[in-house]
Design a protein around this ligand. Structure first.
Ligand code: NAP
Length: 236
């Protein structure tokens, strides 16, 4: 897709990756709308990109996700891409993490992105794109992160099926599946403390690669063991 002039909804724009990706896309000429759950953080994020329109949502309320898409369409006059870059994580052995926490992780990491994309797919034109952050745990589940791993694997599977559905409509599906990154995400877990983690990769390298993958209509971005982003034009 052509990034210059593209109307892009970034859901999770208040996060470290969301903020960095928004800045990267704006630097390439995109027109963003920013979605987040906290009014003050969202206003600060908008200041950093020339007063872009903002919309509130809470990932725990799927109707607010669909509403955010409709508001962004109104504000920008349509949407060429929707990116979900929000998420939550819980740490602890599966037997200890409670049902409520597991449900929260699934709702935020699977059902909410799906709600954004359902609303987007209903209005998007050929040549547009949906982009979702999963994570390496989608392919390599980790001990102490069963629910987080399962949520990212579930979103990855959902995207795989939707990619096949959307191809005929000319809509691309890009999954971003990075390894551990230096954003502090693990320290903001909804419950538990992270196991020892390797040094995190540089989020700036990943967001640069995401913008390039969007421009190339690629389907998958993963990171090599040394943290280098690898773009695959076609997901297998
Ligand atoms: N960092 C990594 O190592 C890594 C690796 C692979 C994949 N990822 C994925 O990348 C995404 C972004 O992570 P990050 O590293 O940028 O972490 P982050 O800075 O903590 O960002 C998380 C974002 O999710 C939002 N969020 C959390 N719960 C929400 C809810 N209930 N409703 C609405 N928004 C909610 C946060 O909003 P607030 O600003 O309001 O808190 C924030 O914008 C996540 O999906 C994560 O799984 C991260």
């Amino acid at each position: 897709m052509e990034i210059n002039g593209a109307r892009v909804l970034v859901a999770g724009a208040t996060g470290v990756l969301g903020g960095a990706l928004t800045a990267e896309l704006v630097g390439r000429g995109a027109r963003p709308a920013l979605a987040g759950r906290d009014r003050a953080r969202l206003a600060r994020a908008a200041e950093d990109c020339q007063g872009a329109p903002t919309v509130l949502f809470d990932a725990y309320a799927p109707d607010s996700c669909a509403r955010a898409v409709a508001c962004a369409v109104d504000a920008l006059g349509g949407l060429d891409a929707v990116v979900t870059v929000f998420g939550t994580v819980a740490f602890g052995e599966a037997a200890v993490v409670g049902d409520e926490v597991a449900e929260h992780v699934m709702a935020v990491n699977v059902l909410a992105p799906a709600a954004f994309f359902r609303a987007a797919l209903a209005i998007m034109q050929p040549g547009s794109m949906i982009v979702a952050f999963t994570g390496v745990v989608a392919e390599r589940p980790q001990a102490g992160m069963a629910d987080y791993s399962a949520s990212k694997a579930a979103l990855s599977a959902w995207l795989g099926a939707v990619r096949r559905e959307a191809r005929t409509a000319g809509i691309r599906v890009l999954e971003v599946r990075p390894g551990h990154l230096d954003t502090g995400f693990a320290d903001r877990a909804v419950v538990g403390t992270p196991p020892p983690l390797p040094a995190g990769g540089d989020p700036r390298d990943v967001v640069r690669a995401v913008a390039e993958a969007m421009a190339a209509d690629a389907e998958l971005l993963r990171t090599a063991p040394d943290g280098t982003p690898l773009v695959e034009r076609r997901a297998r």
